[in-house]
Design a protein around this ligand. Structure first.
Ligand SMILES: [Zn+2]
Ligand SMILES: [Zn+2]
Length: 368
């Protein structure tokens, strides 16, 4: 059954519902609306999606990952946007979002959104609950990543611009409404990198991997994936050519320069606060699999910073050797701190997992 301009207008005014356009063919197992195949709201699928992400992230980041996934779903509404244009309907951004969710809601999917604020660059939407807030009520936190991403995708589809949708309150957290505040933003490198440092995003959200083209980008910067054993392999080869102590020294120096250069790059991207610079480097290297930060302490009396890592790329690559092996990591930490704080430091590994200690611990002191 074809849908025309009058039908859309009646739907928007609430004079009509989608009921006449629903076709159900139980024998074929097909349920369609306006000739587009659809389905009811499978709660178990919603939970499965969240739990799949939760398995490798925490709950907060799992909600973000779902949000990213549903952004692409929302962008599918670009087809509806062009259909409406062809019918001569010029809707405002807010009207379009409301129409999409009216259609989705009547199909048992999207929430019945209410428009609270409709500006050029800010749209605020509200609903008593969403299907994900019901399914994930036990998480007791803002969970509506499906709607956040979906709304962002719809807004992108209709405006061609990037929108950032924040859930200010959520039914799953016990609030009376799920409220979505959507702002049109310029998605800068800085904005995304800061979200990683604050724990609001994980780097996985910004990895653009094109395996068939042989490229990987992390927030618009090219990166590579490499096997961890490159650390043992390169160190062994350096040892063969120059001996163990000089090899360790070369590794330390090379990674220190890399750490410094990395921080310089962040500075060029507009990050200026020294603590943010070092936190950012630690967050990125940690999330890229280099190490996991356990603690960072400062002793005023001895002017010593102590960094404890649960493991490093080298301790895992070398395994038990009976001695310290993390010269690259020590250099990297020194370089990050030198670059961030503009001082000269020396990093020494005082405990190492490869030596049999629980953690790899680095002591960082000033050097003249
Ligand atoms: Zn919610
Ligand atoms: Zn170590």
């Amino acid at each position: 059954m074809k849908i025309g301009r009058e039908d859309f207008e009646a739907l928007m005014k609430g004079e009509k519902t989608i009921a006449p356009y629903v076709e159900l063919d139980p024998a074929a197992g097909i349920y369609s609306v306006f000739g587009v195949r659809t389905a009811g709201n499978p709660n178990y699928l919603v939970r499965a999606i969240y739990e799949m992400y939760e398995a490798s992230l925490n709950r907060k980041l799992a909600v973000k990952a779902v949000r990213k996934l549903f952004r692409s779903v929302g962008q599918g509404s670009v087809g509806l946007a062009s259909l409406l244009k062809k019918q001569g309907m010029e809707l405002t951004t807010a009207q379009f979002v409301m129409l999409v969710f009216t259609l989705q809601h009547q199909q048992g999917w999207g929430a019945p959104l209410e428009l609270v604020e409709a500006g050029e660059k800010r749209i605020v939407l509200r609903t008593k609950q969403t299907f994900e807030s019901e399914v994930l009520k036990d998480w007791n936190m803002p969970v509506c990543g499906i709607h956040q991403g979906w709304i962002e995708g719809v807004l992108k589809a209709v405006t061609g611009k990037t929108w950032f949708c924040l859930e200010k309150s959520c039914h799953a957290q016990g609030n009376p409404y799920c409220e979505f505040v959507c702002d049109q933003v310029e998605p800068s490198w800085k904005f995304k990198a800061e979200a990683v440092v604050k724990g609001e995003s994980a780097i996985t959200e910004f990895i653009d991997h094109k395996p068939l083209q042989g490229t990987i980008q992390l927030i618009d910067e090219p990166v590579v994936m490499m096997p961890r054993f490159i650390f043992t392999s390169m160190t062994q080869s350096l040892k063969k050519t120059m001996g163990e102590a000089p090899a360790n020294g070369v590794n330390y120096r090379a990674y220190m320069d890399m750490g410094k250069e990395n921080v310089e790059h962040y500075k060029k991207m507009g990050i200026t606060n020294p603590k943010t610079l070092s936190d950012m480097a630690f967050a990125f290297y940690a999330q890229m699999g280099w190490f996991r930060l356990v603690s960072e302490e400062w002793d005023e009396a001895s002017k010593t910073k102590t960094i404890t890592l649960s493991h490093t790329v080298e301790s895992e690559s070398f395994g038990a050797t009976g001695k310290n092996v993390c010269f690259c990591t020590a250099g990297l930490l020194a370089g990050i701190i030198e670059g961030a704080f503009g001082i000269k430091v020396q990093a020494k590994e005082i405990r190492c997992k490869s030596k049999g200690d629980d953690h790899c611990v680095f002591s960082i002191t000033n050097r003249s």
